[in-house]
Design a protein. Structure first.
Length: 289
């Protein structure tokens, strides 16, 4: 059984954070999964503290607010019979608190909530979640506010990279453990490619061939793990195509790598993983190498 045994849940007092805890506690297939909960409060600098207000008083007030968040989470967890093994308030930027706590505690999964689907909420989500994805050394599960975690139907995107291979291996392992249906997709983002190509020629067909090969290789990897998988090749902006297929296939969780393309191209495009998190209505699992 492929399970996570040491889970860290990041909360911020929102309903999304509480739902992340709720889903994290149900990760195990053999019973309740005890989790650790962390929340962060700001670390003040000298320039942020007025002379008339002692730094200690402000820090104490901020910590008190963080502890109130943990108290509310504890009450909500107890009301639903969820198992929380430890709760911690950490001073510092949220993404640093999450990443450092996960590293020090040797957690094998970080679970975070996603507040909503509108552009403003996605922008707020991205600032912390994207940094955690960029810096954490463990898998990350991002759960929408109203979503329920299920491994019934898994979708894994691939671009043929080693990061995609890690996601395929994780998805195959999960599909085998939970007897899930596995779908694999590779997206031909031809419009983006043409922006960087001086002589496009038959580039679209070349990209389609590469996508079909990526899907074929991924299906072979899944088959080696004794998991049958259906393959798809889509065209368009990667995150939009993935989200569209997820809706069509009634995907219950997307599993993907933290990075795909590399270098300047990826920096110009932004993170596909981050965009997928904002575009789909189901949880997204970011699998590490």
């Amino acid at each position: 059984m492929s399970e996570y045994h040491k889970v860290l849940v990041a909360v911020d007092g929102s309903d999304a954070g509480t739902n992340a805890l709720r889903q994290a506690c149900r990760l195990s297939g053999t019973g309740p999964c005890p989790v650790t909960v962390v929340t962060a409060y700001p670390r003040l600098t000298d320039t942020e503290v007025e002379v008339i207000t002692p730094r200690e008083n402000i820090s104490a007030a901020l910590r008190a607010e963080a502890l109130k968040i943990l108290d509310r989470v504890k009450i909500a967890a107890e009301a639903e019979g969820l198992v929380v093994s430890w709760m911690k308030a950490v001073e510092g930027p949220p993404f640093e608190a999450i990443v450092d706590t996960a590293l020090q505690g040797r957690f094998d999964l970080i679970v975070m909530g996603r507040r909503g689907l509108n552009r403003f909420e996605r922008a707020l989500m991205g600032s912390v979640t994207a940094r955690v994805i960029g810096h954490a050394e463990t898998d990350i599960l991002v759960v929408p506010r109203d979503a329920t975690l299920s491994w019934e139907r898994i979708l894994v995107p691939t671009d043929g990279s080693r990061h995609s291979r890690a996601a395929i291996e994780k998805a195959t392992d999960l599909a085998k453990s939970y007897k899930s249906r596995l779908d694999i997709v590779s997206v031909v983002d031809a419009a983006d490619e043409f922006q960087f190509a001086e002589t496009p020629g038959n580039l679209r067909e070349l990209l389609a061939m590469q996508a079909r090969k990526a899907v074929g290789d991924a299906r072979a990897l899944a088959a080696a793990g004794e998991v049958p998988a259906e393959g798809f090749v889509a065209e368009g902006k990667a995150h939009e195509a993935i989200a569209s297929l997820a809706r069509e296939q009634k995907t219950t969780v997307v599993v993907m790598g933290s990075h795909g393309r590399s270098g300047l191209r990826r920096l110009l495009m932004g993170s596909v993983a981050e965009k997928v998190i904002g575009a789909v209505s189901c949880p997204v699992l970011i699998a590490r190498l």
